[in-house]
Design a protein around this ligand. Structure first.
Ligand code: SF4
Length: 380
């Protein structure tokens, strides 16, 4: 089978089992000081025909996989047995495997790539969405990243057309609501633009996920970053508020700012304090706080507002109730993948293992923080 489709480099963590359809290539902005995802690349629109050809290729693969399922007696279902047949045979290419894995996970979610697919003309995106739904009528969720700059320029009527054609959720990298922080990291938008963009999306009844980046104000603007971000989120009242903590990535403009002293990063403790201020000042209804990124120090900071606000703040208090050494143990455990939540530290095996590493670093006068940062560099 001679089929081919193109996929881009990234998707949000919540789209891990979604089919990735590349509508554009790279990022039309490509200037954020903390981001190197598309460094050295040029933004390109893909033609509607090109994207439709990819979708058709995916459909051809899906038909082949379902045919295979019938052939091996699985009645058209894409289950473990079909997957292991595909993976163990070594006969099939990565494209087929990608579609098979998607069908195995339900075949219902799609993510449109890359960094700002909504920049495509509305009527063209509608044509792509309709074609996609026609080929895969079982799809329930279609999502995309969108820059606020783009969403603020699209009308509510355009978003309604996109919703009608099948677009269900938009992920916006708000990062901060503070104009000073946004200017510092060259995000190319203001808090007001974020609010207008968010409202346009919400008025069209499309689900909205806003990303807040703890740490992005550095030491100098930390409080302002938390307060202004909460203010912008309150004005939008999105469906999801997602935490995605800053990690200074080697090779970025932000790394240069750190080296020159223009930007001072927060410690994990300071990041948690910043999130505490942010959460205390959130006044939203029905919005879910989600901590689903590996860079977040506390995975348990999740819940729906307003009812879970106190529970989230109580988890933060619990973190600060640990001794200095226990917080170091927790951070090491979290960054090394041994722990996910504070309660995992109660496991005596985990506790003993982490304590012995921390004690040994302290006894030798070695800097554990440096090694934790090295571990985090591997996540990027
Ligand atoms: S808009 Fe997104 S992808 Fe583009 S440079 Fe900024 S963070 Fe990176």
């Amino acid at each position: 089978m001679d089929c081919y489709f193109e996929q881009g480099p990234i998707r949000p963590p919540s789209e891990a089992t979604s089919l990735l359809i590349r509508v554009t290539r790279n990022c039309p902005w490509n200037k954020c000081a903390f981001c190197r995802t598309y460094h050295g690349t040029k933004f390109e629109l893909r033609s509607v025909e090109e994207v439709k050809a990819d979708i058709q290729a995916m459909k051809d693969y899906a038909d082949k996989i379902i045919g295979l399922s019938w052939k091996i007696g699985e009645g058209g279902e894409v289950n473990r047995s079909v997957l292991s047949h595909i993976y163990n045979q070594g006969l099939f290419d990565d494209y087929l495997r990608t579609v098979a894995a998607w069908l195995y996970f339900g075949g219902e979610n799609v993510f449109l790539q890359d960094a700002n697919s909504l920049i495509v003309k509305t009527h063209e995106l509608v044509e792509i969405l309709e074609f996609l739904k026609e080929k895969f009528p079982n799809i329930k969720r279609i999502t995309s990243y969108c820059r606020s700059h783009t969403a603020a320029r699209k009308t509510v009527e355009e978003f309604k057309q996109l919703k009608k054609a099948g677009l269900t959720r938009i992920h916006v990298g708000m990062e901060s609501g503070s104009n000073e922080v946004l200017a510092l990291v060259k995000k190319g938008v203001t808090g007001d633009i974020h609010v207008k963009a968010g409202k346009n999306i919400k008025q069209a009844d499309i689900e909205l996920s806003e990303y807040f980046m703890p740490g992005l104000g550095g030491k100098k603007l930390s409080r302002q970053h938390a307060l202004e971000s909460a203010k912008v989120i309150n004005a939008i009242n999105p469906d999801f508020i997602r935490l995605r903590t800053l990690h200074v990535v080697p090779g970025t403009a932000l790394e240069e700012m750190v080296k020159s002293g223009e930007f001072t990063t927060l410690s994990d403790d300071e990041v948690v304090r910043e999130i505490q201020i942010f959460v205390e000042n959130l006044d939203v209804r029905g919005a879910k706080l989600v901590s689903d990124h590996i860079l977040n120090i506390m995975e348990e900071l999740e819940g729906t507002f307003p009812q879970d606000k106190e529970k989230i703040l109580a988890s933060i208090e619990q973190y600060f109730a640990l001794t200095d050494n226990e917080r170091l143990m927790f951070r090491l455990g979290r960054r090394s993948g041994l722990l996910r939540k504070l309660e995992d530290l109660n496991n005596s095996d985990n506790y003993t293992k982490l304590k012995s590493v921390v004690d040994s670093y302290l006894a030798q006068g070695r800097n554990l923080d440096e090694d934790i940062i090295k571990i985090m560099n591997n996540y990027i």
